[in-house]
Structure formats: C-alpha cells, structure tokens
Design a protein around this ligand. Sequence first.
Ligand SMILES: Cc1cc2nc3c(=O)[nH]c(=O)nc-3n(C[C@H](O)[C@H](O)[C@H](O)COP(=O)(O)OP(=O)(O)OC[C@H]3O[C@@H](n4cnc5c(N)ncnc54)[C@H](O)[C@@H]3O)c2cc1C
Length: 601
Amino acid sequence: MAEKFFSEKNLKFTLYDVHKVEDLLKHDRFGDYNRESFDMILDTAKNIGSGFMYPLYSEMDKNAPEYTGTTIKVNPAVRQYMNTSGEGGWINAMFPAEHGGQQMPLSLFNACMFIFASANYSLSVYPGLTTGAASLIYNYGSESLIKDYAEKMVTGKWQGTMALTEPEAGSSLSDVKTSAEPMPGGYFHIKGQKTFISAGDHDNADNIIHLMLARVKGAPAGVKGLSLFVVPKYRPADSGELEFNDVNCAGCYHKMGYRGAPIAQLSMGEVDDCRGYLVGEQNLGLTYMFRMMNEARINVGLGATAISSAAYYASLEYTRERLQGRKIDEKNPLNTQIPIIEHADIKRMLLQQRAIFEGSLSLMVYAGKLVDLTTVTEGEEREIYELLLDFLTPIVKTYPSEMGITSTSQAIQCLGGYGYSSEFPVEQYMRDVRIHPIHEGTTGIQGMDLLGRKVTMKKGAAVKIFLEEIQNAIDEAAGISGMESSASDLANAAALWKDTTYSLLGIAAKGEIDLFLADATLYLELSGILCIAWQWLLQGIALSKTDSGENSDSDKNFSKGKMFTLNYFYQYELPKIHGLALRLKNSDGLTLKMKPEFFED
Ligand SMILES: Cc1cc2nc3c(=O)[nH]c(=O)nc-3n(C[C@H](O)[C@H](O)[C@H](O)COP(=O)(O)OP(=O)(O)OC[C@H]3O[C@@H](n4cnc5c(N)ncnc54)[C@H](O)[C@@H]3O)c2cc1C
C-alpha cells in the first residue's frame, strides 16, 4: 500500500503562501495562535492520520458495518478514534471559548480535516458529524440542551448526527413528514422515519444524538413548517440514568463506497415514547440547518479533494515503479522496459489529477478563510465575505465532488488492470468519492441553487464581488513575467462566463424559468472550471514570490511541477468552458421537450 496520501509541502504552500492564513492572527479571536502552533497542530494531525487512520482505511472498507437487528456493528477503532478526537479537542476545536472551544480558524481546522479525510475518509466523518450537530445546539439551543447533550458530544463519547432525509423527502425537504406533538412536560412526541442517516446508529458510542427536522402538528406546509429537535437515542431520566427514547434502528444500507461509516434507517415513536427537544424557535429548523450548511458543504468538497489526493499519490507511486513498454522511437524489444511514468499519456493523467485536487484544495482553503473572516469582521465588510461565501458554496461542494470521480478514475487508469482490482488501493478511492455529488444536496440541486438563487441574490451583488476578486488576480498576474498569457486566458474566461450568465438571465427575464434552469448543472460545471482556473492563477502568483534564488532542488521541482500543472489546467481543462458556454448560450429546451415516454424502445 502507498504510504503517502497527501503532500505536506503543498498543504503548507496553499495555507501560508497562496491564502496567507497567518493574516488571520491579527484578529483577537485567533490571537492565541501563531505559525509555530499552526505547524504543531498540522504535525499532530499528520501523526494521527498516518499512525492511526490510514492503516485502517482498507480494513474498514472490507469489513463494512452490519445491522445486528437492533443496532449497527462498526469497527471497534471508531470508539478509539472518537475518544482521541474528544480528548484532543478536535470535535470542538473551532468553537468559541465561551462554548469550551479553542477558537481555531476554520482554514487551519479544515487543513487538518483534509489530512484525516485523505488518510481514511469514512473514519473522519464520525467526529465531523458530531461537530456539526453540537455546534447547532451551542448556537441555537437552550442552556439545558447544551449541558445535557452538547457537552457530552464534544467528549467523543456521544455521537452526533444530522437527520433530515426521509423516504419521501430527499432533495425535497419541504416534504418532510416526521411529526412533533407538544407535550405538557415541555418536550415533543416525535413520530416518523428517517433514512440514510450517517452514523445514525452504531455500537461504538454510548449515545446517539440526532439533530432532526420534524413538523410540529399544525405547522405550515413546506420548509416554513420545519422545526429542529434534539432527539437522543437515550434520554436522561429523572433518576439521572439514561433510558431508551424509542429511536429504533431499522437497518442500514450497504453502500458502494465510504463503507466504513454506517448509514442508518431510523424509526421514531414505535411505542409513542420518543421525545424531542426543540432547538431555538418553532418553524425555523431549516434556517438553522442552512446556517451550518456552508460549512457542511465545504466539508463535502474537502472530503472529495482529500480522497482524490490519496488516489493521486497511490497512482504516482505505482507509475514510478511499473515497467511497461518502451519509448516510441526505441525499436529494440530486447532493451529493458521503462517506468510508465515516462509515457506522455500517463503524465497527462497524473497532471489532470493534480490539476483537479490541488486546484480544489486551494478553493477549499479560500472558502475556509472566508468563513473565518465572517467571524471576525462586521458591517459591510462582513457582508461582502458572506455574499462571496454563499455564492461560492455550490461550486466549493460540487467541483471537487464531480471532478473527484474523474480524478480517481484516472488514478485507476494509471494502474491498468491492477487499478481495477481490490488488491490495489485505488478502486476504493473511486468508490469512496462517488458519494460526494449525492449527499448534502445533489449536483442538480447545487446547480439550481447557484443559477436560480446565488447569481440573482441581492441584485447580483455576489457576482460583482466574485468578478472583482478574479480581476484582482488577473491584474496581479499580468505583471508577473511568465504569467501574462494565463492572466489573459482567465480574463477571457471570466468575460465568457459573464456573457453566458447574462444570456441565461435574459431567459429568466422573459419568465421562462424552466428553460433558465434546465441546464443549471452545466452552468455550475462552467463556473467550477472558472473558479479553479482562478485558484491556479493565485497559486502561480504565490509561487512567483517564493523563489528566493536559493531554493533547494526539491523546492525547484515543486515549483516546476506546480507551473506545469497550472499550464495543464489552462491548456487542457479551461478550454472546456467554450463547449459549455456554447450550449448554454443556445439554450433551446431540448431536455424540456424530451418526454418521459420517448425513453421507451
Ligand atoms: C451515503 C449517504 C449518506 C447520507 N447521509 C445523510 C445524513 O447524514 N443525513 C441526512 O439527512 N441525509 C443523508 N443522506 C441523504 C442524502 O442527503 C440524499 O440521498 C440526497 O439529498 C438525495 O436525496 P434522494 O436520495 O432521496 O434522491 P432524490 O431526491 O430522489 O434525487 C434523485 C435524483 O433526482 C434529482 N432531482 C431531485 N429533485 C429534483 C428537482 N427538483 N429538479 C431536478 N432534479 C431533481 C436529483 O438531483 C438526483 O439526481 C445520505 C445519503 C447517502 C447515500
């Protein structure tokens, strides 16, 4: 098995040189940190990733969780990892001090999550889910909910989940049916079913705490009638002991990948004794969930980026060792074969993987820094960061997820038949990454969010800020020797994106909303390529500043490799926007006119 699953050098370059996360240290909230402590935290994450998580990566896939009839049996290492995460302060690392946290910047925390997820994505999600659920309680829950639940969750002893999906309410959360009936004791009776709940039940936590969407009896239809509840598997009884809360695990799905984490089906209130505790105000459930959504969706993009990184390093190692074929101009079959990494087509596939995941990583760190900036700024400045973050979120979630499939597929291709075999690690990466375009809102839903909501919000204010940010990078790169043509390519790409956007808005202005949104997924793809080109330009700019003239050979190789990858992105990936723009600017409603019955023979 390959030993390397991420590049520390590239991660630090992205954090410190490209996105200058040290700039955050001037804000009081992050004042306890410095470069030294940042590096120490990254080192600790690296040790946990390589010492504990990575060795379990394949085993957790091969021995997937199993339903026992009442719960789901998972790998015993989960308990150890949750304990390590609790004791090490990872679960609440980003929380403010008043919530017992360490006020760690999200940019740094996400860099650690990137390490964990590239070491073992499935294992990394258990504490990650707990962080999200506990954070909702700290932000919107009562003091007693914090004391009874959140404080125990952050120790790693209790698992947290996000329970939204139901059999008839996947993408369409407005159809959530789980009901909540107010009771005299101040709690609600919960009744209904949830499906696909990650870590929704397992035998390696002392309790499972669901942050669950349900509809209070009499509440309005649609998403405006959804409220958020804490629904524990075991609730504290008056005696202080824990008693079963009628949250029943009805089974688990067997998945193509991401197999180390269980996905539970839950049935609440089978004997009418499931209690839920309201978080915040009634009917604001989805609003609370959505406030956490930016971070949850960055996490998905980050997970996909991390898996693509691990697949790349596995394929890189293999292509250096595998001897096959000879140079095209070598005519003597008795001469030894060459390592396949010397073939142009293999180099193309390695470059494509690197262009995708290093570009994505840069976007992830940028998004994390935007979240950090929204926590330390106020007024107009804060609004700018929030708008930009909201606008970028569907792209941050989707580009790494969709392109992670291409990237991990190329890793398999580099290994040929061995790549297709489960004796080698890369096929698992492709199976693992496949979840990301599905959960936390499918790619189709993200496309409609970007074009239907984010582009038009506040009269296009976010689009303006986005284009200004890109223009700043173009202006800087245009003045750097060797980067002029990339700067000009990005300027042309941004102009094409703007044209395409206006053309689509013209359709919306005519009231043809179906046509406007019919190819929103393609618009998202186009926007993703533009964003990653921008991130590569930022990397090029940063590189031009790191060359001191005294760089080591390894530094020089790193810089050269980066510049080749930047050029690869601009010459092989960026031109794809022309085909997408052509289609979008000539929207004629082909898919709208295609009728379901025409799919028959
Ligand atoms: C491994 C895994 C883990 C998960 N973890 C969780 C979790 O922890 N908590 C939780 O609550 N949920 C979880 N989910 C559920 C996940 O969020 C849903 O699967 C997802 O939102 C899609 O819902 P669905 O599966 O019902 O698909 P559907 O909503 O039926 O979608 C099927 C297809 O139809 C498309 N589609 C749907 N509606 C529209 C529309 N209006 N316009 C155009 N296209 C549309 C979709 O884009 C998709 O391509 C998980 C799912 C999986 C597989």
